[in-house]
Write a protein that binds this ligand. Structure first.
Ligand code: FA5
Length: 348
């Protein structure tokens, strides 16, 4: 009888050893130690033994049963530690390895310049207006006093949008003047900065470039206001209070009179040469740099936008934004802004 029990025990230990899952252990436990399990089967035949033997065999059987129960618990514990061991093996983490530094970018030079302009003009009471890059011929030309047959259209080599009639990629930020005036009553004091497009390409011209547009309309606005605002702005941009401006008569259909705006070269300060008679390359020795166009808003444009041109006057200007950044940071090719060469971008 006792040897039967011992045999059962070793059989169960082997089964436990082979059980690789919780369910398998549980099944083994039920098979051997369950109410109708093999152990109890044997115990049933205990009653047939003589009394003396019953006592000793029963005692020994109880001890063995306890051992078997303990073996089941131990197997559960060892299975759990096997599982944790596997996790530790596959999901280990070396907390001493030095971390990887995230690559942190920064705003592009042009975007930073746009932010700076917002601050400079904000201090003078100008707010920022916006308009679409894909613009109608109506706003880009017609309302700016450039009718379809006007030769001034040839001044700006235009991208027409193929599948949309009378639609262009805006050639200038000036259409924002009209859009803003149509939607707001005077006084007006706005700037608009954004992308503009022309079929142009060389070291200082690109098919996509940026312009800064300014518009101020109120009663009694004069050329004096235009000159003061533009001169102050250029001094702020180039961080040089000695910058002087020059206004040359020119033609833009949406202003009258119209002019080109130049400022003294921030490198040679208008001298055309550097100390020791070294010729200034930025301004090509002329001492002046062309910045953009300006003028007093044409009465027709005011009328087109629904303003009383007898009561209100104003000035407008449009500068090449990229060109100002080139001058400020001595950059010699416009394409560098758009090529995404990190060696260039990281310098600013
Ligand atoms: C105009 O676009 C006018 N709308 C400016 C204006 C506004 C005049 C309000 C009067 C009143 P213009 O075509 O000259 O003007 O362009 C203005 C500036 O944009 C130029 O001086 C130049 O700095 C810049 N620019 C023009 N074409 C390009 C180009 N392809 N690439 C880079 N910059 C350019």
């Amino acid at each position: 009888m006792q040897s039967k029990i011992q045999h059962l025990k070793s059989e169960m230990l082997a089964a436990l050893h082979a059980a690789k899952t919780e369910e398998a252990i549980r099944e083994t436990e039920i098979k051997y130690l369950g109410r109708s399990g093999l152990f109890n089967e044997i115990m049933k035949s205990l009653k047939d033994l003589p009394d003396e033997e019953k006592k000793t065999v029963g005692k020994a059987a109880n001890v063995t049963k306890k051992e078997m129960e303990e073996a089941v618990s131990r197997r559960f514990i060892s299975l759990e530690s096997e599982r944790l061991g596997q996790i530790a093996e596959t999901e280990w983490l070396d907390v001493t390895v030095p971390g990887r530094k995230p690559v942190v970018g920064h705003r592009h030079l042009i975007s930073k310049f746009i932010d700076d302009l917002e601050i400079i003009f904000g201090k003078m009471g100008f707010t920022v207006a916006e308009g679409p890059d894909v613009e109608s011929e109506h706003y880009n030309f017609n309302q700016l006093n450039i009718p379809p047959d006007h030769p001034a259209r040839d001044m700006q080599d235009t991208f027409w949008v193929a599948n949309l009639p009378n639609t262009v990629l805006r050639t200038q930020t000036s259409p924002v003047q009209i859009r803003y005036m149509e939607a707001h009553k005077p006084p007006v004091r706005i700037i608009c900065m954004g992308k503009t497009f022309r079929k142009d390409s060389d070291a200082t011209h690109s098919p996509m470039f940026h312009q800064l547009e300014g518009l101020m309309v109120d009663e009694a606005i004069s050329m004096a206001n235009l000159k003061a605002i533009i001169t102050h702005t250029l001094q702020q941009i180039f961080e040089d209070p000695s910058i002087k401006t020059r206004f040359r008569v020119s033609f833009f259909p949406f202003v009258e009179p119209g002019m080109e705006v130049d400022c003294t070269c921030p490198i040679c300060h208008g001298e055309g040469k550097l100390p020791d008679n070294v010729p200034c390359r930025l301004c090509k020795q002329c001492g002046w740099l062309e910045i953009g166009g300006a003028g007093m808003v044409h009465p027709k444009v005011l009328k087109n936008a629904g303003y009383d041109s007898k009561k209100y006057t104003g000035f407008a200007f449009g500068f090449g934004l990229d060109r100002m950044v080139m001058i400020k940071h001595r950059i010699n090719h416009l394409r560098l802004f758009f090529e995404n060469d990190l060696r260039f971008i990281r310098q600013f």
